[in-house]
Design a protein around this ligand. Structure first.
Ligand code: PMP
Length: 297
């Protein structure tokens, strides 16, 4: 661009185009109704000087399921190749990757069958995640979309629910919102899953309305944490709480409403373990890394 920064490219329906090119018509169905499916994926610089995408097949499989629900044909191999192609084109060794499949134009009705379908993959050099010296979580007054109404997949429109909760949390001075259901059971955050530690016992919060997070699955695999339903009252009394997600990675929670947790030691250890795994420093989980194919320097 004019300032000398490289212009990022994105992959759109089979071609690499400038990321700032205006592409979608204003009559795009997904813009009106949220009829799209997205993923949030990360690539990391690896200890051998390369770059790798973390658990790419699992992200693609989740996206395929969402697309299937919306009648969008999704070719996992094409989307995988597109992701690697755009990462190489943008020469980013660490990136946040955003594939999006959506319903385009052809009708303004709710039937998706006659609509054009599109796919794009964008990459970002910076990631919006939870950070700070004391991460504050506030219980939301909003309920999570129940899985019986909106399956916990990354359907665009479903995220209005997360946006409402995030907006409320920020307005109240919290960093992130915690969804709790009518029965007082913990669900998840707006974009992350929840864990708690009591003594030596690590527990992954399980809930039918929560997105089955790939980072959650990773942490369970690395630590042997149990997975079960957890009431809010029990979470409040935990020694430690942390949340995890592709963007959030593993983030210890220091404050929940007015309560301050005594510790965040184990959460910080697991955060480090996660960083070692995604960077390949921990070589026992290399199978989770997909090499981008960027030249090593
Ligand atoms: N819950 C929600 C609602 C999310 O949007 C995300 C982010 N994808 C997660 C949990 C964490 O999922 P993952 O670890 O697969 O990124």
């Amino acid at each position: 661009d004019a300032a000398g920064n490289p212009v990022l490219q994105l992959w759109f329906d089979g071609e690499l185009v400038r990321a700032d090119a205006p592409l979608a018509p204003l009559t795009t169905h997904a813009l009106h109704y949220g009829s799209g499916v997205f993923e949030g994926i990360r690539s990391y610089q690896t200890v051998d000087g390369g770059s790798a995408v973390f658990r790419l097949p699992e992200h693609m499989e989740r996206m395929r399921k969402g697309c299937e629900l919306l009648g969008i044909d999704f070719d996992v191999r094409q989307a995988t190749a597109a992701t690697l192609q755009v990462l190489r084109a943008n020469r980013q060794s660490a990136a946040y990757i955003r594939p999006l499949a959506w319903c385009g134009t052809g009708s303004i009705g709710l039937d998706v069958a006659p609509l054009s379908k599109h796919l794009m993959v964008a990459t970002f050099g910076t990631v919006v995640h939870l950070s700070g010296s004391a991460v504050k979580l506030g219980v939301s007054s909003w309920r999570r979309n129940p899985a019986t109404s909106l399956p916990p997949l990354k359907l665009c429109g479903a995220y209005v629910n997360s946006i409402l909760a995030k907006h409320e949390a920020k307005t109240r001075g919290f960093d992130e919102a915690l969804f709790v259901d009518e029965a007082g059971m913990v669900v998840e955050c707006t974009g992350a899953n929840v864990f708690m530690l009591n003594g030596d016992k690590l527990t992954a919060v399980e809930h039918a309305d929560a997105l089955p997070g790939i980072t959650r699955d990773t942490v369970i695999a690395l630590t042997g944490a149990e997975s079960r339903a957890v009431p809010l009252a029990e979470l409040m009394q935990a020694d430690e709480v942390f949340v995890c997600g592709t963007a959030a990675e593993v983030t210890p929670i220091n404050i929940l409403n007015e309560h301050r947790f005594a510790y965040d030691k184990r959460g910080r250890e697991i955060a480090q373990l996660y960083r070692d795994v995604v960077s390949g420093a921990d070589s026992s989980h290399r199978a989770w890394l997909t090499d981008v194919g960027l030249p090593r320097d």
